[in-house]
Design a protein around this ligand. Structure first.
Ligand code: BES
Ligand code: ZN
Length: 619
């Protein structure tokens, strides 16, 4: 952990021809908001971004022109940056000096530019660095088509600062337009109004006229085509993936209907999905107008599309009503997970949906176990002071957050709860939301000022205390009763032919595999594999669970396929447990290290960093 003194940063003067007249300029790192910027006093409003994408150098050369409001006659505007080279800075069109603080690996550097009262526009010319955490550059061989390279960004939580200088906090909103230049034959798409066809010169313009926080800025460049699903929705992906992806996602219009019933009218005009290459580091990212998603959800049977329901739900919880600080992340992810389950209940039915609640509950229990029932990070509202916001993205924010809302729904009744939820989104759209403000709204509009309800429901315990209160709802996954019965019969008899799995969805398989003993007898693993071809499954969720069980059972027949999986898929959620499992057995440690060395270049820099921590733990 870095000491506070590090953040009272010394100032490095880059513009040598001009003496620093502002030696009293101290950028104070705002630990609570993880920003060097002074966004509260000098507030960015609009971004005009010009950028040229250079695949040879793996760099973006850009100019970010910010329109800002200087509310209290400040002498400087401060930005966040991360590993970028600043070429020049201009204020209202005139070149000026600038200051950059020492680099910090987690939070980057502050960039400070002197301004006067009448100024309202600053522009920064820069190139991105090799360690830009928002960017993943793919070689042609890492794409489906194999001919053109690919670039995508992932800015949540605080990576936008490595894409362009910005005030990188979720509490401020900006509009943007962009001019992006790509090599010929490539398409660029953003979290904005998007083209549906390639421009022969590789010149693209974008506009996002609805204000968004910086973590929702997004760009992808590659051999990308578009296929519409209906007037409002469609899929962007590489040509060979287009048909499959559009079929898999054909439920988007009906999901959208359910979502609008819950949250109110969709405010972002279009809802498209970009199916990224397999090295995409997460499952999905709710970039407005254009969700980015991993291709590992294209299972062929729509069994993994709840991820799209989740990202779509963020169009309300997150993108409209946004966590003001990363300490309030549960307002984004917990509300969204609850919202996602409500969409899926309508789409797939209650019994189906209850399985997802149960698997989520198991994930939460496993985090509660790891963090300890008194662990500080098991609180919904957590304290990230001086920590990287990514620490907040545990199953606590997602699943404890979601089941807390389910508890409210069950106690207050669905009708009343839905009215409250709808009002929450409508009233607070485009407003940064803190946990405290959300609770005040809840007291008024859900409890109607009756404070005895709050006490009875243990509101304070749920939000501010660690662990899980005793009024946590009971999940009733009836379809798992049958799975558990069959599993225990199989454990006893070994009669694989008695397993009746033809109507099992992904979720039943996950329950089955998770609950088998770890390790499981190799002879039984062989029986299962022969009967159900689990090693060869094309379902990424089942494959991941099966490989985990295979490692712990020393079932090495699955290892070649597992290696293939580890070579291609970059989704952190899949990779971490497999490397972890390998490292937990002495004899597989060399294999884990070898696989990581072989395939680390296929992983996103942030993911590679995490895996490195697993295979080469600091002593
Ligand atoms: N907002 C998150 C993506 C994210 C996760 C950004 C971690 C930064 C750090 C997104 O909405 C999300 O939650 N994605 C999940 C899928 C979802 C179905 C739980 C994921 O990527 O696994
Ligand atoms: Zn989410």
């Amino acid at each position: 952990m870095l000491k506070y003194s590090l953040f009272i940063c010394s100032i490095v003067v880059f513009f040598v021809s001009c003496k620093p007249t502002h030696s009293d300029n101290v950028i104070e790192f705002n630990q609570a908001m993880q920003t060097f910027s002074n966004y509260e006093k000098v507030t960015c409003k609009h971004l005009d971004w010009k950028a040229k994408i250079n695949f040879e150098l793996k760099e973006i050369k850009g100019t970010a022109t910010w329109t800002f409001e200087n509310k209290s006659n400040e002498k400087f505007i401060h930005f966040d940056t991360y590993d970028m080279s600043i070429i020049k800075a201009k204020v209202n069109g005139k070149e000026t000096q600038y200051f950059v603080t020492d680099f910090n690996k987690e939070f980057g550097s502050g960039l400070s530019i002197p301004i006067s009262e009448k100024d309202s526009m600053v522009s920064v010319e820069y190139t991105t660095g090799a360690d830009a955490t928002a960017l993943q550059w793919l070689a042609p061989s890492q794409t489906a088509g194999g001919k053109l390279p690919y670039l995508f960004t992932q800015c949540e939580s605080i990576h936008a600062r490595s894409l362009l200088p910005c005030q990188d906090v979720p509490a401020n909103r900006i509009t943007y337009n962009a001019e992006i230049e790509t090599p010929r034959g490539m398409m660029a798409v953003m979290s904005a109004k998007n083209p549906t066809e390639k421009n022969p010169e590789g010149k693209y313009t974008f506009e996002m006229e609805i204000p968004i926080p910086t973590y929702l800025i997004a760009l992808a460049v590659g051999d990308i085509d578009y296929k519409a699903i209906d007037d409002r929705s469609g899929v962007y992906t590489e040509p060979s993936m287009l048909e499959k992806s559009a079929n898999e996602l054909s439920d988007i219009p009906s999901m959208m209907k359910v979502a609008e019933k819950l949250g109110g009218p969709y405010k972002w005009r279009k809802y498209d999905v970009l199916i990224a290459p397999p090295s995409f580091p997460i499952g999905g990212m709710e970039n407005p107008r254009l969700t980015f998603a991993t291709p590992t959800i294209i299972a062929g049977d729509k069994s993994l599309v709840s991820l799209i329901a989740h990202e779509m739900a963020h169009s309300w919880s997150g993108n409209l009503v946004t966590n003001a600080t990363w300490n309030d992340l549960w307002l984004n992810e917990g509300y969204t997970t609850y919202f996602e389950r409500r969409i899926m209940e309508e789409i797939a039915g209650k019994d189906y949906n209850e399985m997802m609640w149960e698997l989520g509950y198991q994930d939460m229990q496993s985090d509660l176990n790891d963090m300890g029932l008194n662990g500080e990070d098991t609180k919904l509202k957590i304290d990230l002071k001086n920590r990287h916001p990514e620490d907040a993205f545990s199953n606590i924010a997602y699943e404890k957050g979601a089941i807390f809302l389910r508890m409210l729904e069950e106690n207050m009744g669905r009708k009343a709860f839905d009215i409250y939820l709808n009002k929450y989104f409508q009233t607070n759209a485009f407003v940064p939301m803190t946990t405290e403000k959300a609770l005040t709204f809840m007291r008024q509009h859900l409890f109607n000022g009756d404070s005895s309800i709050e006490t009875k429901l243990q509101l304070h315990q749920w939000i501010y205390e660690p662990g899980l209160p005793n009024n946590c709802p009971k999940i009733n996954p009836i379809r798992f009763i049958e799975v558990d019965k069959q599993r225990s019969a199989f454990e006893q008899s070994g009669k694989v032919e008695n397993l009746k799995t033809s109507n099992w969805s992904t979720h039943e398989w996950l329950q089955f595999l998770r609950k088998l003993p770890h390790p499981f007898a190799i002879s039984r693993m062989e029986l299962l594999d022969a009967q159900f071809q689990l090693t060869n499954t094309s379902n990424s969720e089942i494959a991941d669970e099966w490989f985990k069980l295979s490692i712990s059972s020393n079932y090495e027949k699955a290892f070649a396929k597992m290696e293939q999986f580890l070579s291609k898929v970059g989704r952190k959620k899949f990779l971490q447990p497999l490397y972890f499992e390998l490292m937990s057995q002495e004899k597989y440690k060399p294999l884990a290290k070898e696989l990581f060395e072989k395939y680390k270049n296929n992983y996103h820099p942030q993911t590679a960093e995490k895996i490195r921590g697993i295979v080469s733990p600091k002593k």
